[in-house]
Design a protein around this ligand. Structure first.
Ligand code: PLP
Length: 398
């Protein structure tokens, strides 16, 4: 037998972390990495955050899991806090981002069904989108690498180029339920939606009775310097998916909706055995205890500005390698000039300079540090990145 016990769907590398300390990961041989990947935008508070750790430990010892058949003081408290701080009136808790997407798709279709428009099932999504790996989520992207071999997929999706409002509107017909879009695309290449695009989708939904679903699984929860990325655009969605930073590493996601958009989601229409259990709720509450302190998002915005400015200064010194900077806040991407080297450059930074980043589409590498970084981490990251750029010879040394 040659298949590995861990199903070999990831190209796992030689970084084998066994411990985390703040913004650092420590490998099996004791080597240290500056973690500007943060579990792909998950470890918003870094590793081993004392307040978070204590809250989860206390809840673990008190009550870990009960069925959603019972009342949930913990779930009600976290949902209320999310409702108080967002556009949403109601929240469904999941264990992952893809499950939040499933709930969003179901909520949107069900809305039109109970509104007397059962034909309105089509959801328009965008090129390079990433919504997760369930059958529903891969049906909602046109990326072949995620879809090939898994067909037939869920019908009822159509795909327009990202940031092309006219193309999106041209796909709307009498069967369209709405749009589902990442406010800032993550895996696809760290491209922020333009204001005209995001605001234009909102307006089209208002004008034609459609629903706007924002996928803020990566760009939400403080990542862009505001609680949610759509706050930069002055609009709100009808339905929104969140995950990643919401649990700081505890598997947690959520589908948020307005009362109107969720009107079809009544008893028996959806469920999850684990979703929103007391342990998960303690993790989610601990994250908000830290994030909703005054000044947290301002800190993210400030660190994002500093990091971007430092990158902008560095780029001219390595203009054979770096093309442009993308993203918002601490959700940054750098596009490389040499074609198709993002993965190779990420490996180079990791193996030779102890800096962890993440590859994305369009030959971009993602810089996604914990949101609690300070100036010293920025200085260290820029030093490592500059050294990495100097020593890098594309596709020769890894
Ligand atoms: C990570 C991600 C998902 C999928 O989340 P999982 O927890 O892996 O299921 C969906 N959408 C976006 C934008 C993401 O970044």
């Amino acid at each position: 037998m040659s298949i590995t016990p861990l199903m070999p769907v990831y190209p796992r590398c030689d970084v084998r972390p066994v411990r985390g300390e703040g913004c650092y990961l420590i490998g099996e041989r004791g080597e240290r990495y500056l973690d500007f990947a943060a579990g792909i935008a998950v470890n918003a508070l870094g590793h081993g955050h004392p307040q978070f750790t204590k809250a989860v430990q206390d809840q673990l010892a008190t009550l870990t899991h009960v069925s959603n058949l019972y009342g949930s003081p913990q779930g009600e408290a976290l949902a209320q806090r999310i409702v108080d701080n967002t556009f949403a009136d109601t929240v469904f808790f999941t264990n992952s981002g893809a499950e939040a997407i499933e709930c969003a798709i179901k909520t949107a279709r069900r809305y039109h069904y109970v509104s007397g428009n059962p034909n309105k099932t089509k959801i328009i999504t965008f090129h390079n989108a990433f919504h997760g790996r369930t059958m529903g989520a891969i049906s909602a992207t046109n990326q072949a690498k995620m879809r090939d071999g898994f067909e037939p997929l869920l019908p009822g999706f159509d795909y327009a180029p990202f940031n092309d409002l006219d193309a999106a509107l041209a796909l709307v017909d009498e069967n369209t339920a709405g749009f589902m879009v990442e406010t800032v695309q993550g895996e696809g290449g760290m491209t922020a939606g333009t204001p005209e695009f995001i605001q234009g989708l909102r307006k089209a939904c208002d004008d034609h009775g459609m629903l706007l679903i924002l996928d803020e699984i990566q760009c939400g929860y403080g990542r862009t310097g505001k609680f949610f990325a759509h706050e930069h655009y002055g609009i709100t969605p009808d339905i929104m998916t969140v995950a990643k930073g919401i649990g700081n590493g505890f598997p947690l996601g959520a589908c948020l909706a307005t009362e109107e958009a969720a009107k079809g989601m009544v008893f028996g229409t959806h469920g999850s055995t684990y979703g929103g259990n007391p342990l998960a709720m303690a993790a989610g509450m601990a994250v908000l205890d830290v994030m909703l302190e005054p000044g947290f998002f301002e800190h993210v915005a400030k660190m994002g500005d500093r990091l971007r400015a430092a990158f902008e200064q560095m780029i001219p010194n390595h203009d054979h390698l770096f093309d442009e900077i993308r993203g918002k806040g601490l959700m940054l991407g750098i596009k490389l000039k040499e074609p198709a080297v993002a993965r190779d450059f990420v490996a180079h930074l990791r193996d030779h300079h102890g800096l962890l980043t993440v590859a994305a589409g369009e030959n971009v590498f993602r810089v996604l540090p914990p949101l609690v970084i300070d100036e010293s981490h920025i200085a260290e990251a820029v030093e490592k990145l500059s050294a990495g750029a100097r020593s890098y010879a594309p596709l020769s040394d890894d």
